[in-house]
Design a protein. Structure first.
Length: 319
């Protein structure tokens, strides 16, 4: 394989730039040409494609977002859209594609694979919701952003003796909430993977208050429901002054952590290795700190499980 392409798709995540850089540099290291496709699958259909050189990816390893921009593209879900994309790839002589994105983007890559076109997926999403990999690119950075925000909220929570409900991202997954809750010593963590334990949350708040506890932090994954609704229910049930913070898109931005940069570099490089040896329809991932590969077809149908021991521990530590 002499010419490959790379695109970022779906929700952006810090570390995507480091992954692009790794794909480009690794390919050039092996004397391949690399093309950057802007705006995800939409840009592929529209032909927003340009050759990348070593210098094109200089000074981006530390930047959040994605230099190649990202987009959502309904047209790519149709056969017609996919055929248009294949024509563009043929026009530029691009023989294989690295798709950096989440679950949806992998479904897109799988569609091209089924049409006989070599594609490799690199998991880039803050949600950590992809099966077959312990971590996705961007998760660690988002987690650290959340921790920083909660530390600040904790200061005001203590000063005013308030209960705080903090809604964090994660789509249908609870990993961001679980890890943030454990890292920040939250009183309760509400995630879609666990049963709704409203009564237990209330019980814990009342017990804490009776003990003279000045504040409480409850972390709610967006997949469970609205933080505002949850806050209202808590205030009604406890009569404690309750405030809600929805952290929102600050969780997506910022300079990637060292962990995310290293992960992105390893995964991006591995994706190029797989294309070179003729693999297709694979996702690269990391499990037990070893790089792994899985069939995308298997991955997209599966759920990324939370670590049940961590959930249990969080409950034990917040008695
Ligand atoms: P993420 O990759 O972060 O999960 P999305 O679910 O929005 O983000 O998917 C990103 C893009 O991937 C979509 O806008 C679409 O272009 C493509 N895609 C998603 N699902 C499919 C599918 N079933 N077939 C083809 N393309 C898809």
């Amino acid at each position: 394989m002499k010419k490959i392409g790379v695109l970022t798709s779906g929700g952006d995540a810090p570390g995507m730039n480091a992954a692009i850089r790794a794909v480009v540099r690794k390919a050039i290291f092996h004397s391949m040409d690399v093309y950057g496709i802007k705006y995800g699958f939409q840009g592929l259909i529209d032909g927003h494609i340009e050759k990348l050189e070593i210098g094109s990816v200089g000074d981006i390893i530390q930047r959040g977002g994605t230099k190649l921009y990202s987009a959502r593209c309904e047209a790519f879900k149709t056969d017609e859209g996919q055929e248009k994309a294949l024509k563009q790839l043929e026009k530029f002589g691009i023989e294989g594609l690295v798709v950096i994105g989440g679950d949806g983007s992998f479904r897109g890559a799988q569609k091209l694979t089924e049409k006989g076109y070599p594609c490799i997926g690199v998991p880039g999403t803050i949600d950590n919701d992809i099966a077959g990999t312990d971590f996705t690119i961007g998760f660690d950075t988002a987690l650290n952003t959340i921790i920083e925000a909660i530390d600040k909220i904790r200061d005001t929570a203590t000063s005013h003796e308030r209960t705080y409900v903090i809604e964090v991202m994660g789509r249908n997954a609870g990993d961001l909430a679980l890890w943030a809750g454990l890292a920040d010593g939250a009183e309760s963590i509400l995630i879609p993977e666990a049963p709704d334990e409203f009564d237990m949350v209330i019980d814990r708040l009342k017990r804490g208050h009776a003990r003279g506890k000045k504040h409480s932090i409850i972390i709610l994954a967006e997949g469970v429901g609205s933080g505002i609704d949850y806050g209202n229910r808590i205030q009604e049930a406890t009569n404690l002054e309750t405030r809600v913070t929805v952290l929102g898109h600050i969780q997506r931005g910022g300079s990637p952590t060292a962990s995310d940069r290293v992960l992105a570099s390893r995964l991006g490089s591995k994706a190029v290795d797989l294309l070179r040896i003729g693999h297709s329809g694979k996702m690269v991932g990391i499990q037990k700190n070893q790089l792994v590969e899985h069939d995308i077809m298997e991955i997209v149908g599966q759920k990324h499980d939370i670590n049940q021991d961590m959930y249990k521990l969080a409950n034990e530590l917040s008695i």
